[in-house]
Design a protein around this ligand. Structure first.
Ligand SMILES: [Zn+2]
Length: 206
């Protein structure tokens, strides 16, 4: 039986036996958070359990590596929707050790695409259209760098409300142990004390 048939067969009894009742909630995140994390299979159940998250608690955005590669891509759009439309007030980027996006070999992916039938002319056309495949398929050198870069892009985003803390964390994919590597509360405090001291500095009062 195919995966899809298995899913549908299971689904029928899931719905018939009303197992959904334990998950009923609404679209607003009770913990007012939006989490950006990796699609890694080890995190599917582990991350919510390790962070004490239940259905209805948070918005979760996933991709390979929890990477925000551009300020006006779909990940940041999702973050903004969570904040402006769904009452999220805090953002957390959660990378993980042993991530497949660490030192991802873009050349290797391109070679595999060729082996799977993607012709050189297609790759040439993309390159000639200005698409930097090697850059686009790149991951990060280590997970800390990846998380901090995503945090940086969010913190300086022109459409992110200035009072929204953006945190960075790293989770261990076996134990679920978390490290808090970028403290969004502290960053906001620093920002506000910097702007206060600018207001009071002689150079700002001309
Ligand atoms: Zn990963």
């Amino acid at each position: 039986m195919s995966n899809m048939c298995n899913i549908l067969e299971y689904n029928r009894q899931f719905v018939d036996s009303k197992q959904y009742e334990q998950y009923l909630t609404d679209k607003f995140p009770d913990k007012k958070m939006v989490i950006i994390t990796c699609m890694d299979t080890r995190l599917v159940e582990l991350l919510p359990r390790a962070m004490n998250l239940r259905n209805g608690d948070v918005k979760i955005i996933k991709n390979a590596g929890a990477i925000i590669s551009q300020p006006f891509g779909s990940v940041v759009r999702s973050v903004l929707v969570a904040i402006y439309e769904l009452e999220a007030t805090e953002v957390v980027v959660v990378g993980h050790y042993e991530c497949g996006m660490t030192a991802l070999n873009s050349q290797g992916i391109i070679e595999k695409a060729k082996e799977r039938g993607i012709e050189d002319i297609v790759l040439d056309t993309l390159t000639n259209s200005g698409i930097k495949l090697h850059h686009w398929l790149r991951g990060f050198d280590n997970v800390h760098e990846g998380v901090l870069n995503s945090v940086r892009i969010l913190r300086k985003h022109p459409l992110l409300p200035p009072d929204v803390p953006v945190h960075g964390m790293v989770i261990h994919p076996d134990t679920g142990a978390l490290e808090w590597i970028a403290d969004g509360y502290h960053y906001l405090e620093e920002q506000s004390s910097e702007s206060e001291s600018e207001e009071h500095s002689p150079s700002a009062t001309r």
